[in-house]
Design a protein around this ligand. Structure first.
Ligand SMILES: *Cc1c(COP(=O)(O)O)cnc(C)c1O
Length: 380
């Protein structure tokens, strides 16, 4: 972790709002994922933080990638474009999954040349893939319980278990190859039971497909959802890994390749935001600080990610409950209604830790305020 004094120095050098990415932390998170889930190939979900430097560090560490748009594909591709054509093709085969179940026709047309692995969850998509990307390998996205996840995804994506094998057989009838099953248990899943149920559901689909004559599946993608350690209520990763490993070994013996698409788990703890107090007012007896970063910028996760970030002060002293507002004129731009902070002055700095996922990636230029400056530390 970056120390407060190092943060202060970086803010003095680069100004605020500042978004600091610690690449040593990123490498450590990736190493931890590999250590506790040795059977699982980790495809970093680029949408969690698509900064090219983050993608590069993970590429260097040996990660694979989950992309969901052509720009994300390009960000990954930048790292391999120097490779000879054959090697590049093999790398894409082995290390990229296009995991957006809905793909525009233009995207499929472009993807086809790379023969990528792509997910699908409906009959219309099978027809589209057949017509515009017949060289792609298919992975069926299954709808699974998202109980207790901070961000639930099951209402938007996933074939229901009852129709899954019909879809697999239809793809097969059209001459496409369904290589396996994927699911997503919901982001920041602290309810480990979701993984247990999803792995069991997937196993049922494998068996039903075999019973109905389809034998070509050899891949299980257990998706994202691995929780970041935002607070002490999140159980250690090794406990979740133990549950997952047990279920994988029981229901998916060797021979089936296991993938995962961790996003938040890899990048959440790598990011720290530093902002400056640009206004101060007393409203209805409550102290209100206005800072130069907000929910249209690095704190976008307050809105899009249902996340709450704490703000810390570099100063000590008796604290009181106060509100923190972003810089725009929109009433929505509220970072927190209850932070415990000492009495601060204009130009004092605040910082927020563990803000590396689903934050800077969805910054806007709303109201004329640009996204925070990004600084990378501990890059190799
Ligand atoms: C967003 C997303 C992920 C990453 O989810 P996390 O909860 O951040 O790990 C993985 N796979 C798919 C298909 C996604 O949409």
């Amino acid at each position: 972790m970056i120390t407060p004094s190092a943060l202060k120095k970086l803010a003095a050098k680069h100004g605020t709002p500042l978004f600091v990415v610690d690449h040593a932390e990123l490498r450590a998170n990736y190493a931890m994922f590999k250590k506790y889930l040795p059977r699982v190939q980790a495809y970093y979900a680029v949408k969690a933080n698509s900064d090219p430097a983050i993608v590069r560090t993970l590429y260097q560490a040996g990660a694979s990638f989950d992309v969901a748009s052509m720009p994300e594909f390009q960000t990954v591709y930048e790292n391999i474009k120097h490779l000879p054509a054959k090697e590049r093709q093999d790398w894409i085969w082995d290390k990229i999954i296009y995991a957006n179940p809905i793909k525009p026709v233009e995207t499929l047309r472009e993807l086809n040349q790379y023969k990528p692995l792509v997910t699908f969850d409906n009959f219309e998509e099978i027809k589209k893939i057949k017509k515009f990307a017949p060289q792609a390998g298919l992975v069926l996205r299954l709808k699974v319980p998202n109980t207790g996840a901070m961000v639930e995804l099951s209402s938007k994506f996933g074939a229901s278990p009852g129709e899954a094998v019909d879809m697999i057989l239809e793809a097969d009838r059209l001459g496409l190859t369904v290589e396996g099953i994927s699911f997503h248990v919901g982001s920041q899943t602290t309810n480990f039971e979701n993984y247990v149920q999803a792995i069991a559901l997937s196993s049922n689909i494998f068996n039903e497909a075999k019973d109905r004559g389809y034998n070509k599946m050899n891949l299980l993608d257990i998706g994202g959802g691995f929780p970041a350690p935002y607070d002490s209520s999140v159980k250690p990763f090794r406990e979740l890994a133990k549950v997952i490993n047990g279920e994988l070994d029981r229901l998916f013996p060797t021979g089936v390749q296991i993938l995962a698409e961790p996003g938040r788990f890899l990048c959440a703890t790598t990011g720290t935001a530093v902002s400056k107090i640009v206004g101060k007012a007393l409203r209805d007896g409550k102290l209100c600080y206005y800072i130069n970063d907000g929910v249209y910028h690095t704190f976008s996760g307050v809105i899009f990610d249902h996340c709450h970030y704490h703000l810390k002060s570099f100063k000590k002293g008796p604290t009181q409950i106060c509100s923190i507002f972003g810089p725009t004129c929109d009433a929505l731009d509220v970072v927190s209604m209850a932070e415990n902070l000492p009495d601060l002055e204009l130009d004092d700095l605040l910082y927020s830790e563990q803000i590396g996922a689903y934050s800077h990636a969805s910054s806007t230029y709303f109201n004329g305020f640009p996204p925070a400056t990004v600084v990378h530390v501990n890059q190799k």
